[in-house]
Write a protein that binds this ligand. Structure first.
Ligand code: EZ4
Ligand code: CO
Length: 412
């Protein structure tokens, strides 16, 4: 089972996706997701120019060895571009191994630890009535856990609010929130942490009053606070019993979370922009978070994220893998298989893709009664229609950025 060819497929059904397709001498092929939102072509070049020549002729069954070879032989380690490329190879090789064995990948990872994966969806609105409508809508779609993002008085446009402009830019497809803008240059958004800190607890109070104490509620701070501001927010949200507060500070400073932890019992989730176990080294050891946010796509694939989760399991830290629309159906399936198998699964973020994306990627995972399941097809269970993919050429897209009232660039 040697690798005969490896192709990088770029497609843009409403948003950009990068997929690696590895084909073996036996004619079995596997798919891997390498999508890095807003920087997609950097991973394409890394794969096409540097990784594909190394793959040809390699034994496709040697997943761990290939991972170690790609990671160590580059000499230059880690980073989102490298780790997304390694992740894509890793996923494709797991897909191949599953197909060769005639088993879904979760069986190869140890088998099912549960019957389904609790998912959360994204509710959002500029004003309270829209937030309520969006929560009700998610309830009707079957979600049993809901992330709530709200507008802030005085701020025109901020992270996490589904907007008409975004729908139009994405050809009218209703994504719950798709921040990357297609064509043109990055959108500038505005930010004021004090207004945000004052407003958010009032929204969660209203949501709890309307929807009761049972519904698991989540919130994403998207790296915009200093440690003491994050501590304030965690404390002020305690009465509303959040499932988690996500990315409360810029995640690259691991020690910052010590200060947050000293002040609040609101559970913390972090890591969607991390790409290796080393980014978690201190925060897991010191038990500074409760949930690991990495995606299989951005943290070196199934092989590496499994190691992160095993390390986390020593400290009762659980998974909450990143599942926005910029994770392709292949990447999402890969984390569903991992989530099925590990003991310390927590929750899975799930935003549905649009119709066009579903035509490009045929999926066998299911979402029923709030629970996801990867399905029983051999491998990852996702196929790619190469001809359909070819009808959607790449469109450059950028994530927005923030400025404060005085013009200072701020974390977005
Ligand atoms: O902003 O995936 O929790 N989800 C998030 C996402 C990220 C996007 C960036 O590409 O924070 O919406
Ligand atoms: Co987030």
């Amino acid at each position: 089972m040697n690798i005969e060819s490896a192709d990088v497929i770029v497609t843009s059904p409403n948003r950009n996706f990068v997929t690696l397709k590895i084909t073996t001498s036996d004619g079995v092929y596997g798919l891997g997701d390498a999508t890095l939102n807003g920087r997609e072509l950097a991973v394409v070049a890394y794969l096409r120019d540097h990784v594909v020549p190394l793959l040809i002729g390699r034994d496709a069954s040697r997943i761990e060895d290939t991972w170690q070879f790609l990671y160590r032989s580059a000499y230059w380690r880690r980073g989102p571009v490298t780790m997304a490329a390694v992740a894509a190879v890793d996923m494709a090789l797991w897909d191949i191994k599953g197909k060769a064995a005639g088993m879904p990948v979760y069986q190869l990872l140890g088998g099912a630890s549960r019957t389904g994966l609790l998912a959360y969806g994204h509710a959002s609105g500029k004003e309270l009535p829209e937030v309520f409508d969006s929560i009700r809508d998610h309830h009707e779609q079957g979600y049993r856990a809901i992330r709530v993002q709200t507008g802030v008085p005085g701020l025109k446009s901020i992270y996490g609010i589904a907007s008409n402009a975004t729908f139009e830019a994405n050809s009218g497809v209703r994504y719950d929130h798709e921040p990357a803008q297609r064509g043109g240059l990055p959108n500038e958004e505005d930010w004021d942490t004090r207004s945000y800190l004052r407003h958010v607890p009032t929204v969660f109070e209203a949501v709890r009053n309307e929807f009761g104490p049972e519904l698991p509620l989540l919130h994403d701070g998207h790296h915009r606070m200093t440690p003491i501001q994050a501590a304030q927010l965690g404390k002020s949200l305690e009465p509303y019993d959040l499932f988690w507060l996500e990315d409360c500070t810029p995640a690259e400073n691991q020690e910052a979370l010590r200060l947050v932890r000293q002040h609040t019992t609101t559970p913390l989730a972090i890591g969607e922009i991390f790409n290796s176990i080393w980014d978690y080294q201190l925060i897991i050891r010191e038990q500074l978070v409760d949930y690991v946010r990495s995606a299989v796509t951005h943290a070196g694939g199934i092989t590496h994220l499994k190691k992160i989760m095993e390390y986390a399991s020593i400290y009762q830290i659980k998974s909450g893998f990143h599942g926005p629309t910029d994770i392709s159906p292949v990447g999402l399936a890969a984390q569903l298989h991992l989530g099925m198998a590990i003991h310390n699964f927590g929750i899975q973020e799930y935003m549905k893709h649009g119709e066009k994306t579903d035509r490009v990627f045929q999926q066998s995972f299911t979402f029923e009664d709030g629970y996801l399941h990867p399905g029983e097809k051999p491998g990852l269970g996702v196929d790619l229609d190469v001809d359909e993919a070819g009808t959607y050429p790449y469109v450059r897209a950028y994530l927005p950025y923030n400025r404060l009232a005085d013009g200072t660039v701020h974390d977005w």
